[in-house]
Design a protein around this ligand. Structure first.
Ligand code: NI
Length: 161
């Protein structure tokens, strides 16, 4: 399973809701968790593997993997925190991003079972980052223009070698 990177327009599309959670999604979720582990990441969203559907997986070290299908962000805290983020689709880049400190999310798992989860710390951070992917948004979009341009210039330079 290949992870697509910055520049691929699939990352910029708004993902479609999953219309029916059938057995296919168990397989997709398994493969996504495999790709996540291979990439040593903590979260991976459908668009990052070219599947522009509302699904993402999260695995924080020491915790079980979680699958979120058709997630809704129900509530976010007013309190925000700054935390360093990276993304498997923006390799080699890390930057501090400010986001809500906690989140309440509702979603379905790969078995089609609905759940609600309240999260803070790294888990909240990853959920919000992955949710952004479903909206066609990347973490670098949340940086100041100056910072983002600096990163894009650096990536462009790397590409040229
Ligand atoms: Ni990402």
């Amino acid at each position: 399973m290949e992870i697509i990177t910055l520049g691929n327009e699939l990352l910029r599309r708004k993902a479609e809701p999953v219309s029916h959670i059938d057995g296919r999604y168990k397989k997709i979720a398994e493969e996504m968790i495999g790709a996540l582990r291979a990439g040593k990441g903590v979260g991976l969203a459908g668009p990052q593997i070219g599947l522009v559907e509302r699904i993402f997986v999260v695995e924080i070290q020491g915790d079980e993997p979680r699958v979120f299908i058709n997630p809704s962000i129900i509530e976010t805290s007013e309190e925000t925190v700054k935390y360093e983020e990276g993304c498997l689709s923006v390799p080699g880049v890390w930057a501090d991003v400010i986001r809500p400190a906690s989140v309440r999310v509702q979603a379905w798992n790969e078995q089609g079972r609905p759940f609600t989860l309240e999260a803070d710390g790294i888990l909240a951070r990853v959920i919000l980052h992955e949710y952004d992917h479903l909206e066609g948004m990347l973490f670098i979009d949340r940086l100041s223009e100056v910072k983002r341009n600096r990163i894009l210039a650096k990536l462009e330079k790397q590409k040229r070698g």
